[in-house]
Design a protein around this ligand. Structure first.
Ligand SMILES: Cc1cc2nc3c(=O)[nH]c(=O)nc-3n(C[C@H](O)[C@H](O)[C@H](O)COP(=O)(O)O)c2cc1C
Length: 470
């Protein structure tokens, strides 16, 4: 029977998933810049046996017609926010075993900066860090903010991202041998010079020549997550990711994406089951079905077309409210412009591949209301939710879920007290939560390092390789 992994999807901002919830009395997310909010949540997840707390992140914000719409500010739709990476060491110190995954884009700084930041986080969390690799949302605002002028095309961003991780992995795996750092007071040797290797990297997008100044951390390479479910994104995941966060809105769509990522991983010489694939999931659970439905309704009542359109424009460049409500997106794709270059996942989901009619703009607005960028949705009693989770995993070959709370800590508390014990009873979660590095916990591996069939393993310097090299 397949075990189910759980992470929690959060953002260090007023709310998750591009929906409106901060103004609801149950929500605590207005306190997003208070460390105590995150400490409380991390401790709860740690105790309850969740695998990790995940932070989406980015510099961008939604725009309509090139500017920040009034609704983004009034409603707090993917705006504003703070840098989540900074609080991770505090959260790690307050917890025993919970992993932390931080999103960082491959489109902005040099891979050396990312390699140094994550190696530092891996040291400070004692091997409990993961990197969610994204090519970056809101590319148009990022281009403006950073003064880049134009934005790079969608697939070219993934080509650059391939090279980006190669160089980062060269720093993590290929610069210091395991025993290079000695800290030997008696001998007066801090580090063994012969075991520290020069990185020489000459790529199309990045170059580097020199030494990495951070000693190997417990995992060396952070657990590599990836989010971005376009065809190019899935190919990228199959090559590089150890855990994939897919966006799925139906069981068949999710099942197809999972199968595709596993098949592509096998083509890359990897064990397809070694990749853990999780889908975003909003759960509203209560002791009775009626209570859960009522809670869900109080959230749905806050959502409007305006909220949906702001979020969708930020993800795709498409302003749904400016379009003929009877059109569909097939026609739009041929119009050129930024459409499709910002992110294809949220366009592709409304372009059916099975020959059925594509939904109209009006239908898309109705479909997205209350969903935002959220994945699957589940509302019910403990038994209903547990049954549905088992069914989802068995039907789709998923490894688990990234819970996308509506109201922050209160939702996670309900899940921890109602659903977790039920899944334990059914043998779907371990009776006692796993411990050790995030890689050992999530990938059920015997050690904290990348597996031999991951391409990053080849970047590793070993004394034997050096001897052969001359
Ligand atoms: C499930 C999911 C989560 C994402 N999370 C982030 C994020 O936290 N920060 C970010 O800049 N981009 C995020 N992205 C967007 C990706 O960076 C990517 O730019 C965009 O989705 C385009 O790639 P795609 O067409 O392969 O989806 C996410 C995308 C998906 C599908």
């Amino acid at each position: 029977m397949k075990q189910i992994h759980f992470g929690v999807f959060e953002v260090a901002g007023p709310q998750v998933g591009g929906t409106l919830s901060w103004s609801h009395p149950r929500s605590d997310s207005l306190r997003y810049h208070e460390l105590d909010l995150w400490i409380g949540m991390a401790k709860l997840l740690d105790r309850a046996g969740f695998d990790f707390l995940f932070f989406a992140d980015g510099f961008g914000y939604p725009t309509i017609a090139g500017d920040l719409p009034e609704m983004a500010a009034r409603g707090g739709i993917n705006f504003p926010g703070i840098d989540p990476a900074v609080m991770i060491p505090t959260l790690a110190r307050e917890t025993e075993r919970l992993g932390f995954v931080v999103t960082s884009s491959t489109g902005l700084d040099h891979p050396l900066q990312t390699a140094r930041r994550f190696a530092t986080l891996d040291h400070l969390t004692d091997g409990r860090i993961g990197w969610n690799i994204v090519t970056g949302a809101s590319q148009n605002t990022i281009a403006e903010l950073f003064g880049h002028g134009t934005m790079r095309s969608h697939d070219a961003r993934y080509d650059q991202a391939d090279e980006y991780v190669d160089l980062a992995m060269t720093f993590w795996e290929g610069s210091w041998e395991d025993d290079a750092f000695r800290g030997d007071r008696e001998a007066g040797v801090l580090a063994d010079r012969d075991k520290i290797h020069r990185v020489e990297f000459e790529g199309e997008h990045f170059r580097s020549s020199g030494y990495f100044t951070v000693t190997p951390s417990k995992q060396r390479t952070p657990v590599l997550f990836q989010a971005g479910t376009s065809a190019r994104g899935r190919a990228y995941a199959a090559r590089n990711a150890e855990c994939v966060f897919v966006q799925g809105t139906t069981i068949p769509h999710t099942k197809a994406n999972v199968a595709d990522i596993r098949a592509k991983a096998a083509e890359n010489g990897r064990d397809p089951q070694s990749i853990k694939i999780l889908v975003g999931l909003t759960v509203v659970v209560a002791p009775t079905s009626e209570e859960a439905q009522a809670l869900r309704k109080s959230f749905d009542d806050l959502q409007t077309d305006e909220v949906v359109s702001v979020l969708y424009a930020g993800n795709t460049g498409i302003d749904l409210l400016a379009l003929d409500p009877d059109r569909d997106l097939t026609q739009l794709q041929d119009d050129g412009g930024p459409v499709g270059q910002m992110g294809q996942t949220n366009i592709e989901r409304f372009l059916p591949k099975d020959g059925s009619a594509a939904p109209t703009v009006r239908e898309i607005l109705d479909d997205l209301r209350g969903k935002g960028t959220r994945g699957l949705q589940l509302t019910g009693s403990t038994t209903e939710v547990a049954d549905a989770l088992e069914h989802l995993v068995d039907e789709t070959d998923l490894d688990g879920f990234l819970l996308e709370p509506l109201f922050g800590t209160a939702d996670l508390e309900d899940f921890a007290t109602l659903v977790v014990p039920e899944l334990r009873r059914r043998g779907r979660m371990p009776a006692e939560a796993a411990t050790g590095s995030l890689r050992e916990q999530m990938l059920e591996r015997p050690g904290p390092h990348l597996s031999e069939d991951h391409r990053g393993h080849a970047f590793r310097v070993t004394p034997a390789q050096e001897a052969i090299a001359g």
